[in-house]
Design a binder for this molecule. Structure first.
Ligand SMILES: [Zn+2]
Length: 310
């Protein structure tokens, strides 16, 4: 994490075309060059994806993760104690549908995803973590002067859900990150992960009413109680309050209960299939098995978070 801003001043070389000495041919070549770049910006080829993921990882000073094709762009952080097992999933079609165009926009998407990697040990509720990742993307955009508009527009009109805040909040935190980065640069302050997260906590506190209203609007309980938001600061330094530890214990019990129910469900469908001896409908068994697998991995995750916190 200390290398968080190592590549902040890195600038990419822009390759110019050599002149042929023929103005018409030069113009034609330049048009072809622009057309090729436009196709690359639109189709997001693999090398652009690799650059985006690896560049975002370098920004945080983390190992380069495995990258796989996936139904949706996202990240599996797996063991919260290590960056070494993280996997980034990339969904080209989803990105194109969301209007992600060009290297900078893709870089910021992947900075958001790698933000999840950077924050994985911190036990944040999902809205706070998403806003944290958006904020960190804004920080990077501010420090490295990356074009931010396309990334913001791709999120601006998204709806809030249990896991993700609504687009307007997300854009607010991106803009705030960019503002913080620019202010630090202007004032000659060296940005660090710590001072950036301090500013993030401040914004969380300042916006707590807006966030609470946005959660209520879509019928979510407000997890951001005053005690929890006070403890964000503590969580960032790797310590946990009693309230947080209790919450982690509750999670473990919840998933233990879920796992035992799903085991019964799998057992039930296995019996049904065994009895009928037909080619049968395996989909119910398979879906119960995959639910069970999910619950098992949630349980494992909850247990490791708890053991990390205590
Ligand atoms: Zn996210």
């Amino acid at each position: 994490m200390e290398d968080f801003f190592d590549i902040m001043n890195e600038s990419s070389a822009i390759s110019g075309l050599m002149s042929t000495g023929d103005i018409q041919l030069d113009n034609l070549l330049q048009e072809v060059d622009i057309a090729i770049q436009d196709v690359r910006d639109f189709t997001l080829p693999n090398d652009m994806v690799m650059d985006a993921v690896n560049g975002a990882s370098d920004f945080f000073g983390m190992l380069h993760p495995a990258i796989i094709d996936s139904g949706a762009t996202g990240v599996w952080t797996l063991d919260p104690m290590t960056y070494g097992d993280d996997v980034v999933g990339f969904a080209r079609q989803q990105m194109m549908e969301m209007g992600i165009y060009g290297q900078d926009a893709l870089n910021l998407v992947m900075t958001h995803e790698c933000g999840h990697r950077a924050l994985q040990a911190m036990q944040l509720d999902s809205w706070t973590e998403e806003l944290g990742c958006d904020y960190l993307a804004g920080i990077r955009a501010g420090l490295q002067h990356q074009e931010i508009g396309i990334f913001e527009n791709s999120l601006a009109n998204t709806f809030g859900s249990e896991t993700h805040p609504s687009g307007s909040l997300r854009v607010d935190f991106i803009e705030y990150g960019k503002h913080v980065a620019e202010q630090m640069q202007e004032n000659g302050v060296q940005p660090t992960f710590e001072n950036c997260m301090e500013a993030f906590n401040q914004h969380l506190a300042d916006e707590s009413n807006v966030i609470a209203q946005a959660r209520e609007q879509i019928g979510l309980l407000n997890v951001d109680s005053p005690e929890l938001s006070n403890s964000h600061q503590v969580a960032f330094t790797g310590k946990y309050t009693d309230a947080e530890i209790n919450k982690l214990r509750e999670n473990v019990s919840k998933y233990e209960y879920e796992v035992s129910n799903l085991k019964q469900k799998v057992h039930h469908w296995e019996n049904c299939y065994g009895l009928s001896h037909s080619s049968g409908d395996l989909s119910k068994l398979n879906s119960a098995k995959s639910e069970l697998n999910n619950a098992l991995s949630n349980l494992k995750d909850a247990k490791s978070k708890l053991s990390y916190a205590t």
